[in-house]
Design a protein around this ligand. Sequence first.
Ligand SMILES: Cc1cc2nc3c(=O)[nH]c(=O)nc-3n(C[C@H](O)[C@H](O)[C@H](O)COP(=O)(O)OP(=O)(O)OC[C@H]3O[C@@H](n4cnc5c(N)ncnc54)[C@H](O)[C@@H]3O)c2cc1C
Length: 456
Amino acid sequence: MEANMATNNLTTEAFRTIGGWLERPADPQPQLTGNVNADAIIVGGGFAGLNTALELRARGASVVLLERDFAGFGASGRNAGYLGGGLGLEYDMFAKRVGHEQATKIVGFYEAGVPYVEARLAASGIACDYIQSGIVRAAVHASQEGKLRKDMATGMSLGAPLQFLDHAAMRARGIPAAFLCGVYAAGGGTLDPGKYVLGLRRAALQAGVRIFENSGLQAYHEGKVITAHTAGGKATAPYMVLATNAYTPQLGLLGNKVTPLRVSAIETEPLRAKQLAALGWHGREGIMTPHWTMESFRLTARNTIVATTKQLNYVYGGGTPNVPDNDAYAALASGLRDRFPMLQDLGIRACWSGYVSLAYDALPVVGETGTHGNVLYSAGCSGHGVATQSLMGLLLAERVMGNEHPLLAALRHKTPSVLPEPLQWCAVKSALRITGLLDAITNHRARGAATQGVAP
Ligand SMILES: Cc1cc2nc3c(=O)[nH]c(=O)nc-3n(C[C@H](O)[C@H](O)[C@H](O)COP(=O)(O)OP(=O)(O)OC[C@H]3O[C@@H](n4cnc5c(N)ncnc54)[C@H](O)[C@@H]3O)c2cc1C
C-alpha cells in the first residue's frame, strides 16, 4: 500500500479554509455601520495593516481598520512562519535592475525586518512559539551548489550576513540528510504566524484601534479627506492605507503592477518522540531549497512538519478564490516523501492555500496615489512578507505622519508593468510550467542519486 502521505484524502479531510494555524477569533469585531472618522483608515488586517495601525496609535493618531473577513484571514494567517531577512531573494535579478547602491539599501530593508518583528513581539507581549534558529537554503542535489554559492556571494556583496554550510557542517547540525549543503542566515527563525497575527490583532485592539470586521472596502472617494465605503457604513480620514496585498487589484489598484499567486501548504501529523529523535534536526532551522519554485520544510512547536510552496498557481484575471489546490498538495506530499523518506507513514493533518503578490522584479511595491497623494499602499514582497510587511507598518505610519523613512526612500523605484490578460495568464502559466519541469529534473536526479546510495 502506498504511504499515508499519498493516500490521505487531502481535500475533504484536511483542507482548511483559513489555514492550519488559527481558528476564527472568539471576539469578532463589529461590522461598520453609520459614519466613523479617524486620522487614518487602514484597509486589511494582516501584518502590514495591523503593524501600521499599531505604529500610528503609538504616534497618537486615531485609526479605523476595515477588514473584509477577520484580521488574520489573509496570507498573514496562512504562511509558513519563516521570519527571515534577505536569504532566498533573487539578488542578481534586482541588483541589475536598480544598481548596486539601491540594491544594498533594499537588502538592508529585508534584513531590518527581522529585528523589527522581534522587537514587536517583545513590545506587544506576543507569544508565538518563535525560535531564533536561523534559516538554511539547502541543496538537494549537487547541481544546486553552484547557484547557492553564486547567490551567496552576490547577497554578501549587498550586505546580507550569510555563511556556507558544507556537508559536514549540515550533518553536525543534524539537518536531515536529503539536504546536502546550504547557505545559512543566522538571523531570524520560525514562528507560528497564526499566533503572531492574532497577537497583533489583540495588541491593536488594546491600543485603541477601532477594528471593523466583515467590513470590506467596496469603493472610496478621493479628496483631501478620503471617504471609504463598506456595505454598512462609511469611514472618513485624511489618509487611507491599502494593506490588502494580493487582493489590491480587486480594488482597481496595482492590477498592472502585481500578480496574485496562490501558495499552498501541508502540515503532517505530529512526529512521535522516537521519530523526532531519529530525525535529529535539533536546531529546528527553517529549511528552504534553491529550486526555481522553492520547497520549504520546518518543524512546528507541536512537532509537526509544515511544507510549503513547491507548486504555485495563477488564476485568470488575478482572482483569489479561497479553494483547495489538490495538485499543489499532492506535489507537496511527494516533496515531503522525497526529503523525509524515513517518515513515510506520517499522515497529513491539514492543507491550505493563500495568496501573495509578485511584481515582475520581485521587489516590494509601496507608495502613494491619488490627487492628494494620501492613498498609500503596500504589496509585493512575494513569499517574504513576515518580516517585510511587518516593517512596512513603520514606514507607512511614518509617511502618514509626514516623514519619509530612509528605508521607504530606498524602496522607491519604477515597478515594471504586467501584461494585460490573456497574455498575462499565458506568460505566468508558461513560466510556472517551465520552472516546474526544471525542478522536476533536479528532483529526478536527486531521487536517482539517493536510490543508488551515492551522494546526490
Ligand atoms: C502558504 C504561504 C506561505 C508563506 N510563507 C511565508 C514565510 O514563511 N515567510 C514569509 O516571510 N512570508 C511567507 N508568505 C508570505 C506572507 O505571508 C505575506 O507576504 C504576508 O503575510 C502579507 O501580509 P499583508 O498584510 O501584506 O497581506 P495579507 O495578510 O494578505 O492581508 C491582507 C488583508 O486584506 C484583507 N482584505 C482584502 N480585501 C479587502 C477589502 N476590500 N476590504 C478590507 N479588507 C480586505 C484580507 O482579508 C486580508 O486579511 C507565505 C504566504 C503563503 C500564502
